[in-house]
Every structure is written in structure tokens, then in C-alpha cells.
Design a protein around this ligand. Sequence first.
Ligand SMILES: Cc1cc2nc3c(=O)[nH]c(=O)nc-3n(C[C@H](O)[C@H](O)[C@H](O)COP(=O)(O)OP(=O)(O)OC[C@H]3O[C@@H](n4cnc5c(N)ncnc54)[C@H](O)[C@@H]3O)c2cc1C
Length: 499
Amino acid sequence: MNKSSITEQALLNTRTKIAILGGGVAGSTIALRFAELGLDTTLIEKGPSLVNGPPICHLHAGGNLYREISDEQCLTLLKQSIDTVKVYPQSVNIRPTVIALPKTDHGQPMDLLPRLEKLRDRYSELVEQDHRNKVLGEPAGYFRFYSRTEIDALVGKPIPSKATRASDWLISFANCTDLDKLKFPVLLVQEYGLSAFRFAAIASLAIERLPSCHLQTNSQVIAVKANEDNLGWQVSIKQSGSEVIQQQQFDYVINACGFKSGEIDDMVSAKRQRMVEFKAAYVAHWSQCKGLWPEIVFYGERGTPQGMAQLTPYPDGYFQLHGMTQDITLFDQGLVASSLQSAQPKLAPQFIEKIDKKWPEQLIQNRTLGSIEHMAQFVPEFSSATVAAKPLFGAQQIPGEDPDLRAADVSFHGKHYARAEIVKASSALAASDAILANLVECGLIDDVLTSEGAEIVLKDYLTEHYFPVSQQCSDSEITERAVLLAKQRDYPVALAKNL
Ligand SMILES: Cc1cc2nc3c(=O)[nH]c(=O)nc-3n(C[C@H](O)[C@H](O)[C@H](O)COP(=O)(O)OP(=O)(O)OC[C@H]3O[C@@H](n4cnc5c(N)ncnc54)[C@H](O)[C@@H]3O)c2cc1C
């Protein structure tokens, strides 16, 4: 390719104007992906800051928290999580997960083995293909089962503050869990944590440094209208606290509005079937907590009083809790579907009230104490934990009709309109890859891009993740910004720090 055609193509790329509506995990990741390549990207977010939607605490590198989903979804989540750790290493809390089956559970621990072997083999293949994929430790150590005798041998040992071998992660579990309530063996798997506050900090810092990303916060999209040629869009935006409505023109629109995506679909008359589910996690402080804690998951049937109990550790004795019962994480009528008339599922007013305003104080106490009690069935001393903050909560979209779908990324409608439809944060990069490929297919982006004065052959970057600016953010500045966001959002700063 000669120099002048490179320049023409670079010009085309900087002329193409892309709007991303919604600055959650999906919108922010897509904005970073594009702006890192020098594409003209406008990120429009209703709220005051980025990545402030429903919570995120698990990376889901293998989907092992969900027995009910297909092996295919688990393998997809594994690959997507590996990609996420490579791009955002400082947002990951590196600690394994212990999965235990209570005696009351219908399953057997060894039922999990066939899937775990598939996941370990896939991880091993990915590492063989590219050593940079080795982000979950040695493939052979992806999972390991521990017998009752092995766990009993750890009882009474002091809880270490650092792990020098895999079994060190099980000492707190062995000392504090009522082992007689469990089936054996128990599983230790390299399922890590993902910090929403650190993710928000990286997105905010990098976007501030990327000149081709134009961030508009406190800006609500109230209308989207196709231009007469059906190729471009007019987006109407209302700033918080102002009656003025601003109109902006774009060539391509990405709907990344999370559980409100149906509202944008309705504005452009795009039909779509989806569900929305309101859920909550709780924050507790356990002052007796000492040393190293893994994530601990006690399996159980979703929606019943025996629903899964999850304990997610943070520094300084703070824990995030999920309990998959109707009285803790799930809510009666919390799952709703779209209709023939509207792509936007309608949540009952009591949920919208919680999202837009606040939770009643008594409900915070009742549900958080309920989550502590649920965990104390298995970890008796945890009953002394106290309510530490308001819940972490929100509504998430699930595209289609299967409420158990966990690995989803993107769909397209008509010309120049894409929807990010992630269910898990780790799917956001896959959504950005698919939209980038669609921009090329539509002829809106050329094969050669100019970023920071350097020419990039785009086809090399359709699957390769190019995030030089995001990856330059230092650990200390990420912690500083994440702590600030946690304070602004009224959560303990421990949730913003790495373990
Ligand atoms: C209790 C709970 C626990 C969860 N735990 C995990 C977990 O551990 N790991 C995980 O991967 N996932 C988890 N999830 C799911 C995860 O939170 C969501 O899938 C994820 O946040 C979706 O990201 P998003 O960017 O698509 O949507 P959102 O995060 O909802 O972002 C959408 C953004 O669009 C903005 N917006 C909406 N309408 C407009 C408009 N008209 N104009 C401008 N902006 C607009 C919103 O303000 C918001 O910032 C959990 C969800 C819940 C409810």
C-alpha cells in the first residue's frame, strides 16, 4: 500500500463518528478498545462516572459457579476471562475459589469432574498456543479436589497471610467451616475475583488520556433517530440539571445501556426479546477474620431456601455475600421479560425506586443479616459479622429467553446499529471485537489506522487486543482512583483495594 492511500484511509477512520450509549463495563471497554486504535469515539453516560451499574466481583474463568449452564458457555467464559486478565490485570483479585457441596445438595462433587477436565484441557491448549494466556497459573493446577482427610490435616494450623502452596488457601476454610455439613471431596479451582472499582478506575484514567475518546457524563440519551439516508444517526442528549437538548450526528451507534437497552431499541423501532433481572449482593465486616481467605461457594438450588451461598473476600475483614434465595440475592418478580410492544422489560416500581433512589434502611439490615445467617449455616463464626454498607445491587439484561444464559456478547440490527448484550463483565472484550469487525464490514473503518502517529494494520488487531494506554496505568494510581470512587459511592474503601 502506498503512502497516499494510507493517509486517505486514516482520514476515513478519523471521519467516522461512533457513539457509544452507556458507560458501564460494556460501553467503557468498547470505548477503550476503539480509542486505543485512534477511532473517533463518543461515550455518552447518564450518570456522573463510569462503570457504576450492577456489581461485579467474580471473573468467571470457567463458569464454575453455574452448574446449570452448558459446557460450551463455560469454555467461552474461560477464554473471555483470560483475555480480560491480559487487558486489565490490575482489576483482578488473584485468589482461588473453594466449591463445596452441602449434604443437603442433590449433586455429588465428582459430577463436576468431566467439565473441569474439559476446562483444564482447553486452558492448556490456550497456553500452548500463546504463553501470554497463562494467567490462571499452571494449567495442571487449574483445579484440585481435597478429601476429608486432607482437609482435616489442615484443621488447627495457623491461617497464613500468604500462600506458598495451593493447600494454604484451604486453611481458613478447614478451620472455620462446619465440615460435617459437607460432602467430600471439596474443590479448589482457579476462579479469581474481578474488582468493579478497579475496573472503573482503569476505564476512567485511560479514557482521560485517549484524545480520540470524547466522554460525556451526566448526559442522558433521550432520542435516537435514523438520518434520511438510513446510514447515520441523530442522537438527542439531555444534560443533568439542564432543560437544553443537544443534537449530535454519528455514523454508527452502539447501544450499551445495560438493563435499559430496550429503551434505545424502542427509540429506533428495533425489536428484541430480552429479560431483565434485579439482584443484590451484601457487604459485611467480620472483625475476627484473620489471614488468607479464598472465595468460598456452597452450592445449592437457585431460588430455594437452600440457594447457593457465596463468600467473596476483600482486605481488612470485608466480605461480599450472595445467597441465591428469594430473601437474599433474588427477589419475587425480580425477573421480567420484554413484550411484543416493547423491547424494554418493565421492572416493578419497587425495583426502579431502589435503583434510582435508595433502599429502606430496615431492608438493608434485614437482607444483609439474612445473608450473614445464610453463610453462618456453614461458617458458624461468621454469625458475628456486621452490616458494613448499603447493598451492591442492580438490574442486568439477559438477551433472548433463557434466564440461565451467562455467555453473551452482541447483536446487530439494520445498518450501523449494534447492541452490547453482555451478562458477564468478561464478555465485554468479545463484544468490542465483534463490533469492530462489523465496522470494517460496513466500510466505515479501513484496514489501516493511525494511532498516536503510528500506522496499524487493523486486521492484525481484530482479535489481538491493543490497549497500550490502559495498560500504562500504574497500580498506585488505579488504587487511588478506585478508593476515591468507593468513597464517592459510599462503600468501604477495602472493596477498591487488591487482596
Ligand atoms: C447482584 C449482581 C451481581 C453480579 N455479579 C457479577 C459478577 O460477579 N461478575 C460479572 O461479570 N457480572 C456480574 N453481574 C452482572 C454485571 O453486573 C452486568 O452484566 C454488567 O454490569 C453489565 O454491564 P453493561 O455495561 O452491559 O451494563 P451497565 O453496567 O448496566 O451499564 C449501562 C450504563 O448505561 C447507562 N445508561 C442507561 N440508559 C442510558 C441513557 N438513556 N443514556 C445514557 N446512558 C444510559 C447507565 O447509567 C449505565 O452506566 C452481577 C449483576 C448483579 C445484579
